[in-house]
Ligand binder design. Structure first.
Ligand code: CO
Length: 463
């Protein structure tokens, strides 16, 4: 069987290991090789890349996409999109979501991997619809979690739902790396029975389970996996491309990958890794195997956030209590998957409950919005008493939150004015207003300086 490999070095590996700080200039020279390696797709945009380009790298994310497209002519480009949240944490109106997808497609994006943290598919339907309208590939995600209400039947039904929406393929997204081989096998079998679409699996090496989980998923009929070239693999990133290619070929699969080219790609990235370690961008912690997540059944990222939070409040001795409180809060909230932003919300609330010595005496703004239904439908029933306590007489909404939002593209276009040079700039501005505005101003300043310098040079030559 032919297995599809998605290379994550430019996006998820970059994001998980060095907080997305790889500038375009660092990988420009290897793009043609990446294109020639035989990957099914190259994940290179979305997630935090967009924010990081504007905030830290002084790069226009749209220009980065166009420059990648210019060099990667055969391999499909892939991005990660948070459905109605686009690349952030709040819901945007439909006109903005549609414009974003349309412009991403026009600038070269081929595969849109689209997810909602609560698996409320109303929050991805507009993005999926626009992706299909643009003639691009819509990959619908199922965010993986374990809870008393999450079972194979439910996941199979989610697959059916996504298929009904017209997605081209399905991705099981295990962002925490907590999926074990048995779970992967059973889940892929269940999905393959319920849908006719290709099923892809995304996981992380964090807990060390990933390669065995991939092997069992593939045994069950999984069509594609995400890996990272070895120098950027392991730890909080994905398992190594070369290793999985080697093992799978040994098991009689074809991967389409050319190992000579993979070696050249890895030789290119090795010194970059050394450079990032020397610059303090790559922490030894993110490179190792971290099994506490398996003991506590919470994602590694959530655990380290929790530790930082408790340390800041001089309450590190309360860790065990807070960890014991997490399942309780999660149950009260209807078992949301512990992914951003839900992992933060649940962690902060559990800590607040323990530190106050009383449940829900302090409730964050985010939990309040969640209870109102502004994030979407909770997977399970939310505790009635908690709703009454926090919302009083106010009733949670049943409708899709984005239906309450007025169109916003034109208004933002007016507001940013001539600082935005095209619609793509307006979209950057809507996604990250202050950061984009600063980026636009710096860009003008840079160009003014270049022009002045050129004029001076000319005068010198003449004079
Ligand atoms: Co990931």
């Amino acid at each position: 069987m032919k297995l599809n490999f998605t290379e994550t070095v430019l996006r998820d590996a970059n994001q998980s290991l060095i907080a997305t700080r790889m500038p375009f200039a660092d990988f420009a020279e290897i793009l043609e090789k990446l294109d020639g390696a035989g990957y099914y797709s190259l994940e290179c945009w979305g997630g935090a890349t967009f924010d990081s380009c504007l905030r830290y790298l002084s790069e226009d994310p749209w220009e980065r996409l166009r420059k990648i497209k210019a060099k990667v002519k055969n391999t499909k480009l892939q991005m990660l999109l948070r459905g109605q949240n686009i690349l952030g944490y709040k819901h945007y109106p439909d006109d903005v979501v549609r414009k974003f997808v349309a412009h991403a497609a026009r600038n070269g994006m081929d595969i849109f991997r689209i997810f909602d943290a609560l698996n409320d598919f109303r929050n991805i339907e507009v993005a999926v619809d626009e992706t299909l309208k643009q003639g691009a590939h819509a990959q619908g995600c199922i965010c993986y979690t374990t809870s008393p209400i999450h079972n194979l039947e439910k996941y199979a039904a989610m697959g059916k739902h996504l298929e009904g929406m017209g997605v081209n393929s399905i991705c099981i997204k295990d962002m925490a790396g907590i999926m074990g081989p048995r779970e992967a096998y059973d889940l892929v079998v269940a999905l393959k029975k319920s849908v006719k679409l290709s099923v892809f699996l995304h996981t992380h090496s964090t807990t060390g389970l990933a390669p065995i989980t991939y092997m069992k998923a593939i045994e069950a009929g999984c069509d594609g996996i995400d890996t990272a070239i070895s120098s950027f693999s392991g730890g909080t990133s994905q398992p190594a491309t070369e290793t999985l290619h080697y093992a799978l070929r040994q098991m009689g699969h074809t991967t389409g990958l050319d190992e000579k080219v993979l070696k050249e790609i890895n030789d290119f990235f090795k010194p970059l890794k050394a450079k990032y370690i020397a610059a303090g961008l790559m922490d030894a912690f993110v490179m190792g195997t971290e099994t506490d997540a398996l003991v506590y059944q919470v994602p590694g990222g959530m655990l380290s956030n929790l530790l930082a939070q408790l340390k800041a409040q001089n309450a590190i001795d309360k860790l065990e209590e807070v960890l014991a409180e997490i399942p309780h809060v999660r149950k009260d909230l209807g078992y949301p998957p512990l992914v951003t932003p839900m992992s933060q919300m649940v962690g902060v609330q559990a800590a607040a409950n323990v530190l106050a010595g009383e449940r829900y005496r302090n409730v964050s703004k985010e939990v309040k919005s969640y209870l109102k239904g502004e994030y979407g439908q909770a997977p399970g029933a939310v505790d009635e008493e908690l709703i009454r306590k926090v919302l009083g007489d106010e009733k949670p909404m049943n409708m899709r939150f984005a239906d309450t939002l007025a169109p916003a593209f034109e208004e933002n276009k007016q507001r940013i004015g001539s600082l935005a040079r095209n619609d793509e700039d307006v979209l950057s501005y809507i996604a990250f207003p202050q950061i984009a505005e600063k980026f636009f101003k710096d860009r003008e300043e840079r160009e003014r300086r270049t022009v002045t310098y050129t004029i001076m040079k000319k005068r010198e030559e003449i004079g």
